[in-house]
Design a protein around this ligand. Structure first.
Ligand code: FES
Ligand code: FES
Length: 214
């Protein structure tokens, strides 16, 4: 067996080589986020998109492959909408487009010319919280908080969807008014993952808002 100092040297050499290989291949280093950090000059592969974001007219020129999530975070500096998986699996990037919730990591910015976007920055302030934000605070509906903007955007949409009579997979009688039950809320919030496991308190917060606004 080699002495520990030799092993350490070889390990460092290996890691340095791996990083250099990844960079040469244009691959992200392990753990490094892929970002579209610089504004993109207009060109054949880019588009200028006009959006109404939180009530304000905004215009961005983006590479045509830029997601709505990256347009919000990297071009408009609205970093409240989070990037978790970037694959439509965690719900951290949830925002609303024309009143409907979407996973913004799965939608290209160029698809939203003229659309109205609402992000977590647009629904309340530290001094005047949205009722759902206040309920999350009151019920300890978060721990690290990373999933929370997406949870709150989905939670607000869930109540609206139920009241609009939109059925879910667990809705029983499709002819009756849909009750806002724990089962309905859990099903409709199932696309929002919380790695801290704050689910019970998130459910309590949503139930509280639903009852207070009934
Ligand atoms: S970042 Fe969009 S679903 Fe996870
Ligand atoms: S509060 Fe940490 S991931 Fe949900």
């Amino acid at each position: 067996m080699s002495p520990p100092i030799d092993f350490e040297l070889r390990r460092r050499t290996l890691l340095a080589g791996t990083t250099a290989t990844a960079l040469a291949a244009g691959l992200p280093r392990s753990g490094a986020a892929q970002t579209d950090s610089a504004p993109t000059p207009a060109g054949p592969d880019s588009s200028t998109v006009k959006l109404t974001v939180n009530g304000e007219q905004r215009e961005v020129t983006v590479d045509n492959r830029t997601t709505l999530l990256d347009a919000l975070r990297e071009h408009l500096q609205l970093t409240g909408t989070k990037k978790g998986c970037d694959h439509g699996q965690c719900g951290a990037c949830t925002c609303t487009v024309n009143g409907a919730r979407v996973n913004s990591c799965l939608s290209l910015a160029v698809m939203h010319d003229g659309d109205e976007i609402e992000t977590i920055e647009g629904i309340g302030t530290p001094e005047t919280l949205d009722p759902m934000q206040a309920a999350f605070v009151e019920n300890d509906g978060f721990q690290c908080g990373y999933c929370t903007p997406g949870q709150i955007q989905s939670a607000r949409a869930v109540i609206e969807e139920i009241r609009a009579g939109i059925p879910s997979h667990v809705t029983g009688d499709l002819t009756a008014e849909i009750a806002i039950t724990d089962t309905e809320i859990r099903e409709r919030m199932s696309g929002n993952i919380c790695r801290c496991g704050a689910y019970a308190n998130i459910l309590a917060a949503i139930t509280q808002v639903a009852e207070e606004s009934a």
